[in-house]
Ligand binder design. Structure first.
Ligand code: AMP
Length: 472
């Protein structure tokens, strides 16, 4: 028989010898130890079995972030089930789609009630044995077009990524991780939690990003993981000083592109460089800037050990394709979509466009579906955005393609800031070919973002969609 590869058991190797060590440090100072965690996980796992959960059964959760939600996640793994986290922002009709598609055995909205019910009961001893290929979780992608797809991640996929990150980011039991991310997404659920579990280190556990709580938490934390908006919000607070950041050895950013201006401002303020990494639901983390050595603004770093990364068709800039131990096997019940997204030699087509330089560093220029084709020419939005972001009066930009009767698509820019539209266009034209230069600039106070800080270009395309359609 092959050795048990249950992800819960693998994670527990990091904390099982530290039952008195803190796992969650709540904002009010109360603590849940790793011993408490392991006991509750065993009790809830036993309860899940009582409720009829069998190996491979899905357990869906839509609930606010809490320690109990994490206990349910781990208990599901221990009981051999498949964890299905749902964004708390989903409406009832969206949830209905996921439940119909995934057919979970249980759908839970109150994790605390379940943990309370299990309290005092006999904990499950040994975890249900799982192989590396057995399914551990389904993560529905935040797809902006068509039906949301469920990425099927196995115990082996998640264990491989957790071990790699724990290693390359240098986690030890002496670390304290500041956790302010949501846990319905791979970033907060897998990347952050698994690093902490494998090292048996405590987490400053915040329900969400709140700059006052984060500033207080940084006094204790050695590592912070966040999305770019966490860092822009911190920088907007004058209380975020070099002294506040000094005790933290590592600031990590991902889930959306980190603006070069944020990277630079952060370094000027704290003397530290944010470590940017790149990942997605289908494979968790793919590339990372190095812990030691150069972290470069605008680059997402090197492929993780064991990850094969290439640019499609051998192009200089093109769709990033990946293969490796953490890459998911399939989309849940979508064999055709799965077949479309994998190459014949087993690489996953990420849909992100980028390039790899001679050193092996990866640079992302956007999503393939955000590529603009204007008059037959390809325009990579990032190229235009980088120039706009440097201009006086502009904080951030999103460059999109809008339907145009003559060009098919025309380039337009939505920017946070103010200025003279014609003057900005004229300035851009000095460094960009005419077909790349936006024909319109729209000024806004905020760009629409999802919970992970990603700019929702599809909403901008809808909003400004008729800009050129009324041309004579
Ligand atoms: P999700 O599956 O919701 O985690 O979204 C994954 C997508 O987020 C990727 O395919 C990228 O388009 C984007 N993404 C994640 N990290 C980065 C990053 N550091 N820079 C640019 N885009 C990123």
């Amino acid at each position: 028989m092959t050795e048990n590869q249950n992800l819960y058991d693998i994670l527990a190797t990091g904390f099982s010898s530290r039952p008195d060590g803190a796992c969650f440090i709540h904002a009010d100072g109360s603590i849940l130890t790793y011993g408490d965690l392991a006991l509750s996980v065993g009790q809830v796992a036993a309860l899940l079995l009582d409720r009829g959960v069998e190996p491979g059964d899905r357990v869906a959760l839509q609930a606010d972030k809490s320690a109990e939600a994490v206990i349910l996640y781990l208990a599901t793994l221990k009981a051999g089930g498949v964890f299905l986290p749902l964004n708390t922002a989903y409406t009832a009709s969206e949830v209905r789609y996921f439940l119909t598609d995934a057919e979970p055995r249980l759908f839970i909205q109150d994790a605390a009630a379940l943990v309370a019910e299990a309290k005092g009961s006999e904990p499950m001893a040994a975890s249900v044995p799982r192989t590396a290929g057995d399914l551990a979780s389904i993560i529905y992608t935040s797809g902006t077009t068509g039906r949301s797809k469920g990425a099927m991640l196995s115990h082996g996929n998640l264990a491989a990524n957790a071990r790699a990150l724990h290693e390359i980011w240098g986690f030890t039991p002496d670390d304290v991780l500041l956790h302010a991310l949501p846990i319905f997404h791979v970033h907060g659920l897998f990347v952050a939690l698994h690093c902490a579990f494998l090292s048996g280190c405590p987490m400053v556990w915040l329900p969400k990003f709140d700059d006052v709580q984060v500033l207080a938490g940084l006094g204790k934390a050695t590592v912070m993981m966040g999305v770019p908006t966490f860092y822009t919000r911190l920088l907007a607070n004058p209380g975020f000083t070099r002294e506040v950041a000094d005790g933290t050895r590592l600031f990590i950013s991902g889930s959306a592109p980190l603006l070069e201006s944020t990277f630079a401002e952060f370094e000027a303020r704290t003397g530290q460089r944010i470590l940017e990494r790149y990942g997605m639901s289908e494979s968790v983390i793919i590339t990372s800037n190095p812990l030691d050595g150069g972290r470069i603004a605008g680059s997402v770093g090197y492929a993780l050990p064991g990850v094969d990364l290439r640019i499609a068709d051998g192009e200089a800039t093109g769709v990033i394709e990946i293969r490796g131990p953490s890459v998911f096997s399939a989309y849940w019940r979508m064999p055709e979509k799965t077949a479309e997204d994998f190459t014949a030699d087993g690489y996953f087509r990420t849909g992100d466009v980028g390039r790899m330089d001679a050193d092996g560093r990866v640079w992302i220029s956007g999503r393939a579906k955000d590529l603009i084709i204007s008059g037959g020419y390809n325009v990579y939005p990032k190229e235009v955005e980088l120039i706009l972001d440097e201009m006086a009066g502009i904080t951030e930009s999103a460059v999109i393609g809008l339907p145009h009767p003559d060009f098919g698509e025309a380039v337009a820019a939505v920017v946070i800031g103010s200025g003279d539209e014609a003057a900005i266009i004229a300035e851009l034209r000095q460094s960009l070919a005419a077909y790349k230069t936006p024909k319109r600039i729209f000024f806004v106070a905020e760009l629409p973002r999802n919970a992970m800080g990603k700019v929702q270009k599809n909403l901008l395309r809808d909003q400004y969609g008729s800009t050129f359609s009324t041309l004579p």
